[in-house]
Ligand binder design. Structure first.
Ligand code: TYM
Length: 336
């Protein structure tokens, strides 16, 4: 079997509206990486159902994430865009990995602890074993690199541990040990209401996040209302790091304008937040509005989206199936 040396897989859940964190932490980086790597981008609907999803909404959100990939600039002809549940090899490998991963490894996953909270007896088994499915998503393509936001780093470490243990247990070198690509200025975009909390789909406050589907006016309004401290903007990076809300807005500005936070701090040092927020509102709406209007256009062309999803599925299966066959053979399963 041919082993790639520059292959990417990454996934995005269709569990709600995409927000600025998803865009800056992941999708924007996918767009630049597509020129350098062979890429598989997956809408991870199997991950989404680890918590309840309304069936009609799930179908719509699955198309919406596909539309967001394309509207952001991912070329659907050059890359493989597909839907996870349509490639059954992911779930089959996930079962095998749930027999490789150790309970102790999964018990350490902070995302599970955060999501389950005090309710851990009552959440789905899938929410707990979720990282073994994520490892399968990556390794079924023998992917070498995985671009993600910082919040997924621990899951990537688990993926590496699973790949290593499988290779050791069965004395082979089938799986690469994939490298995380955590890139750009906005590796962890924080809530606009609380600079110590991650921007997330599940935050009850709409004002905590900017959605890709937000109107221009909405974006400007949310940035105006973003929490800040009473001081003027920081004079240097060290100062900024001690002020989470300021640092978050500065990082968002830097990521949207393709520069670094230090440069933005220099430009706005000692100025007050109202001018900065006006500029950031204009910048964010000018970068995001074209994406959101392209997404709406694509959402009105269901046939086009479904044809992309369908050819993505064929391509994904043609790569994933030989890997699954090889895994089965290594384990000692009878051949199909
Ligand atoms: P998900 O759907 O929560 O998020 C999709 C991508 O967006 C990034 N992200 C963020 N980046 C910066 N700041 C934030 N506030 C922020 N919020 C989200 C995530 O890091 C991610 O890159 N488990 C994954 C999906 C997944 C996956 C995979 C990723 C399933 N299988 C295989 C990579 C490879 C998740 O829940 O992402």
């Amino acid at each position: 079997m041919e082993k790639p040396n520059k292959r990417i897989l990454s996934g995005v859940q269709p569990s709600g509206d995409l927000h600025l964190g998803n865009y800056l932490g992941a999708i924007k980086n996918f767009v630049s990486l597509q020129h350098e790597y062979e890429c598989f981008f997956c809408v991870v609907d199997l991950h989404a159902i680890t918590v309840w999803q309304d069936p009609a909404m799930l179908a719509q959100k699955t198309r919406e994430v596909t539309a967001a990939f394309i509207a952001s600039g991912i070329d659907p002809d050059k890359n493989t865009l597909f839907v996870q549940s349509q490639v059954p090899q992911h779930s089959q490998l996930a079962w095998i990995f749930s027999c490789i991963a150790r309970m102790g490894w999964l018990n350490r996953m902070t995302q599970f602890k955060d999501k389950a909270g005090k309710n851990s007896e009552n959440v789905s088994v899938g929410l707990y074993s979720y990282p073994t499915l994520m490892a399968a998503d990556i390794l079924i393509y023998l992917a070498t690199h995985v671009p993600v936001g910082e919040d997924q780093k621990q899951h990537l470490e688990l993926t590496r541990d699973i790949a290593q243990k499988f290779n050791n247990d069965f004395k082979n070198d089938l799986f690469p040990i994939p490298e995380p690509l955590i890139l750009g200025e906005a590796k962890r975009v924080m809530s606009l209401r609380d600079g110590t909390k991650k921007m997330s789909k599940s935050d009850p406050s709409d004002y905590s996040r900017i959605m890709l589907s937000d109107s221009k006016e909405n974006i400007i309004q949310k940035i105006k209302k973003a929490k800040t401290d009473p001081l003027p903007l920081p004079e240097n990076l060290e100062d900024a790091k001690k002020r989470p809300e300021a640092m978050n807005l500065l990082t968002i500005f830097a990521a949207l304008s393709n520069t670094d936070a230090e440069k933005v701090i220099l430009d706005y040092a000692g100025k007050d937040f109202s001018k900065f927020k006006n500029d950031l509102g204009d910048l964010a709406s000018s970068k995001l509005s074209p994406i959101s209007s392209e997404m709406s256009k694509l959402m009105n062309d269901k046939n086009f989206l479904d044809s992309i999803i369908n050819s993505g599925k064929e391509k994904a299966i043609s790569v994933a199936d030989p890997v699954l066959k090889k895994v089965n053979e290594i384990i000692g399963f009878l051949s199909r």
